[in-house]
Design a protein around this ligand. Structure first.
Ligand SMILES: *Cc1c(COP(=O)(O)O)cnc(C)c1O
Length: 432
């Protein structure tokens, strides 16, 4: 199986985190997002333990909450002792509602509005990750008005191409995010930041991309970043205390994806940073990493009911389910791969080639093309899409006015609703 939390029971039903998905579909309805709470916590502990072991107290893993943002997840992050990344006032609001200690939050975005800046300051966000000069100067102005000094990191683009999907490739010089080192723009921005009276520059951030499998991406990033930090010290007399290396360890969406040993990788990265810092005679910085998908992706599964099976002889076959790009736009957006399994025919051979498509009025509403399901698959069957914990619920929309599914959290002996199902009334609630 793709992941240890996926099994099959004696009834031939698929189980997730030990729970029969057909029973869950009966009880909570479909479509349905499931999340394995134990797996989320285990994934956090992989980072927390590796950080403690390799960096001591001088580091913090921060969950990039755009991957899955709802109140319960911030409570879990608080309980586990993780930091968090937030990227909007909406995520900040949700984290505050969960009682998350906001001094452990970092606020990203390449365009924070004045309202976002004011709100984040009022919520006590620990650190702004400032994207460029426009934001820096406006933040100074607003912080001054409020008599507040805001701690920041500057987001730099180290110029790394991690050979990943173009749409989620952010470390290159021509990225919309951050300020480039290579073009010479970073140094004057740092000088400007150091001149501001209500801004405390604590260090630098970079994020080279997501779904990264190349083993040395963080090492190459660290070479550039630590080297540049030493340059900044030599030129401006400023010694950065924090280095945030961004997120991005890959997860297994399909069997052919490698399984990353994140604990081991972090050990190698730590050793490398230490060596590079030593080479530049630079004090070991406080290290932050921002995993999103590797915390929640494999803790998620989406359960659908089949509505139609369409066979076009000599052409192709379609299996239509009761969800679609509204609850999972990732294939439509960037051709993301997924593993699809039958929920009620888990022991039957999957030999029926088909495209798994949604119910939206849009030909591009494809969850996954060219998959295999059991040939007996028919209306009312249950079909499950694996590894949907990241960037599914958080990217969901009401396209076609389809209500969004609930999130049901799974623990050893119980299942509980963390986000309720949207109703038709919810759908029309904003119409005045
Ligand atoms: C999206 C993002 C992350 C998380 O990336 P994952 O691939 O989900 O781990 C981390 N940091 C920043 C700045 C991001 O934009």
């Amino acid at each position: 199986m793709l992941s240890e939390n996926i099994t099959i029971n004696s009834a031939g039903h698929l189980c997730f985190a030990g729970h029969d998905v057909c029973e869950l579909a009966q009880r909570f309805g479909t479509p349905l997002y499931l999340m394995d709470e134990g797996r989320i916590r285990e994934n956090c502990r992989v980072y927390l333990n590796a950080f403690r072991k390799n960096f001591g107290e001088n580091a913090m893993p921060a969950y990039a909450s755009k991957a899955a943002s709802f109140r319960r997840i911030y409570e879990i992050m608080r309980e586990e002792g993780m930091g968090i990344d937030v990227v909007s006032s909406g995520e900040i609001f949700t984290a505050v509602k969960a009682g998350f200690p906001m001094e452990k939050s970092m606020f990203h975005s390449n365009n924070k509005t004045d309202a976002d800046i004011r709100y984040a300051i009022s919520c006590g966000v620990g650190c702004f990750v400032v994207d460029g000069e426009d934001e820096l100067l406006r933040l100074e102005q607003i912080a001054a008005e409020q008599g507040h000094t805001q701690r920041i990191l500057l987001r730099l683009t180290p110029g790394i191409d991690p050979h990943t999907y173009e749409a989620i490739n952010t470390g290159r010089v021509d990225s919309k995010f951050g300020t480039a080192i290579e073009t010479g723009q970073a140094m004057p921005l740092i000088r400007l930041a150091l001149e501001q009276k209500h801004i405390e520059l604590a260090g630098f951030h970079c994020h080279v991309g997501s779904q990264v499998f190349e083993e040395d991406v963080f090492q190459r990033t660290a070479n550039i970043m630590v080297g540049f930090m030493a340059e900044v010290r030599d030129e401006l007399g400023f010694t950065a205390k924090i280095l945030n290396l961004g997120g991005g360890y890959g997860v297994r969406y399909v069997e052919s994806d490698p399984a990353a040993d994140i604990g081991a990788r972090i050990g190698e990265v730590a050793e490398h940073i230490r060596a590079v810092a030593q080479k530049h005679d630079f004090p070991m910085p406080f290290i932050v990493m921002e995993p999103g998908r590797s915390i929640v992706a494999d803790a998620g599964m989406t359960v659908y009911q089949v509505g139609a099976v369409k066979r076009i002889p000599g052409y192709k076959n379609y299996v239509s389910i009761d969800g679609g790009m509204g609850d999972n736009p990732r294939y439509a957006l960037y051709g993301a791969k997924y593993t699809v399994l039958s929920g009620n025919r888990a022991l039957e051979e999957a030999d029926f080639p088909c495209d798994l498509v949604g119910r939206c009025c849009e030909s591009g509403d494809i969850i996954q093309p060219e998959i295999l399901l059991p040939s007996a698959t028919c209306r009312d069957d249950i079909v499950c899409v694996c590894t949907t914990g990241a960037y599914n619920y958080s990217m969901a929309s009401n396209y076609n006015r389809v209500p969004r599914p609930p999130i049901v959290m799974l623990r050893d002996h119980d299942a509980y609703v963390a986000v309720r199902r949207e109703t038709l009334e919810d759908i029309a609630a904003l119409d005045v």
